[in-house]
Design a protein around this ligand. Structure first.
Ligand SMILES: Cc1cc2nc3c(=O)[nH]c(=O)nc-3n(C[C@H](O)[C@H](O)[C@H](O)COP(=O)(O)OP(=O)(O)OC[C@H]3O[C@@H](n4cnc5c(N)ncnc54)[C@H](O)[C@@H]3O)c2cc1C
Length: 413
């Protein structure tokens, strides 16, 4: 059996390991545009020089040999012939497959704003982006980051950690991490980031980038009328899934390649996993992209099992939105955190641990007090319990009784 995996990141490597466990004899060929292994979750640290590219490697030396993976890096796949079951690379190489896995992730996009295209605008999606930022950021006076999602927030934190004097973070939503936090916790994060010197502009949008006569950026103009000086701009607002290899074959696709619970695409013997996909999220009951590292790993494992003839399902998907630490505050969010059903009740609790420390938490429950979403802040040790409760539709009262002794839930008036 010839297994071909496109991509060598979170989803692709998880799939390769799993296939090898399931099928010791099959050929596993991994093709990737990237020329090394690295965790995208560490790119902000590479960009600020806090980590080297080698330190961002998430796999042990000799990983490919140990798992019997025929690793072909620096190869961009340019086309797939589904009838002849062949993958074509940019160097002319043709690779035959019996089962194919697409884990091509996504790429940064620039918002369609006057002045946005051109010098001085950066993305942060791959190692080259990080290296380019690292080379220039210290010489820039005013850094403006557009988009306060995971990438924008983590980059702003890293830039302040290395002492950059002027970092502004813009977000159209009313608070940072709009896909992971709601109003109460989002406001807390905004205040925390401000306390650490990040200038936060939420609920505002960029209307134009003003440029100097020599073409370099001068300022960012906001809807509110503000003008922020900016000689380096990072666009962390938009990503587009790299779906083209399968959409050209007619695969079902929305913003990502649609996969079923077994990570199968609508095309025979072609699977997909990670940021390039969309699948049904049980906690929101809608088809959407997860776009976080643990979800990509999980999808890779499920795809690997099914490609090798086993039977695995994403059904017990935790609904994890993020597990992130910013300026020393750990946060975990699970379930229908954003766009909750308007009929659900929002309950804000003080959650104290055995040492009496406060960890803010917000829950959504439906009319039967079934837990739909939760955000933990500070002490996140109970996150697994909450994740399990959301997926298995447990009532809030049952959850409180199964909590580790010492932890207490107290409704805030
Ligand atoms: C700066 C940053 C910070 C992040 N922080 C967090 C975080 O704190 N927590 C979290 O959970 N997630 C975080 N993420 C998101 C996380 O990194 C992604 O969810 C994860 O990397 C997705 O993995 P993937 O395997 O689906 O795709 P990717 O990691 O995007 O990898 C795609 C792979 O496909 C290859 N490829 C693409 N096109 C082709 C082609 N045509 N031919 C051959 N190869 C191709 C690429 O070379 C690459 O190997 C962050 C992302 C970034 C960029």
């Amino acid at each position: 059996m010839n297994y071909v995996i496109i991509g060598n990141s979170a989803a692709g490597t998880a799939a390769a390991e799993t296939i090898r466990q399931q099928d010791p004899a099959g050929a596993v060929i991994m093709l990737s545009k990237d020329t090394s292994f690295y965790s995208r979750c560490q790119l902000h640290l590479v960009a600020t020089g806090q980590r080297s590219a080698q330190e961002a490697n998430f796999l042990p030396d000799g990983w490919a040999e140990r798992h019997g993976v025929d690793l072909r890096l620096g190869r961009t796949v340019t086309g797939i012939d589904a009838e002849r079951r062949l993958v074509q690379c940019d160097n002319g190489e043709l690779v035959a497959y019996d089962r194919l896995l697409l884990t091509t992730g996504s790429r940064s996009t620039l918002p369609p704003i006057p002045g946005m295209e051109g010098e001085g605008i950066y993305g942060l999606r791959n190692l080259d982006d990080a290296e380019q930022l690292r080379q220039v950021f210290r010489d820039k006076q005013h850094i403006v980051i557009i988009g306060a999602g995971l990438v924008g927030c983590e980059l702003a934190e890293a830039l302040k950690e290395v002492g950059h004097p002027s970092v502004s973070l813009l977000e159209m939503a009313p608070h940072p991490l709009p896909l992971q936090l709601e109003e109460v916790t989002g406001t807390r994060l905004r205040e925390l980031m401000q306390q650490h010197g990040v200038a936060m502009y939420c609920g505002d949008g960029v209307t134009a980038v003003e440029r100097n006569a020599d073409g370099t950026p001068a300022a960012v103009l906001l809807k509110s009328g503000l003008r922020l000086p900016a000689d380096l701009i990072v666009a962390a607002a938009g990503v587009r899934a790299n779906t083209e290899l399968l959409t050209s074959l007619g695969a079902e696709c929305n913003r990502g390649i649609v996969i079923d619970e077994g990570c199968r695409t609508s095309l025979p013997d072609i699977f997909a996993a990670g940021d390039v996909t969309e699948c049904r999220d049980v906690t929101l009951d809608r088809v959407m992209s997860s776009a976080i590292w643990p979800a990509a790993r999980k999808q890779g494992r499920v795809a690997g099992i099914n490609m090798a003839g086993g039977l695995a399902s994403l059904q017990e998907h935790t609904g994890l939105r993020a597990s992130v630490s910013l300026f020393g505050a750990s946060m975990v969010s699970v379930g229908a955190v954003f766009s909750p059903d308007p009929t659900w009740q929002k309950k804000v609790y003080d959650h104290t641990d055995s040492r009496g420390r406060l960890c803010g938490k917000v829950c959504y429950t439906d009319n039967d007090s079934v837990l739909k979403a939760a955000i933990l802040w500070g002490d996140i040790s109970q996150a697994g319990l909450y994740g399990e409760a959301v997926v298995n539709r447990r009532r809030l009262g049952d959850l409180a009784s199964s909590m580790v002794p010492g932890y207490r839930l107290q409704a805030v008036a």
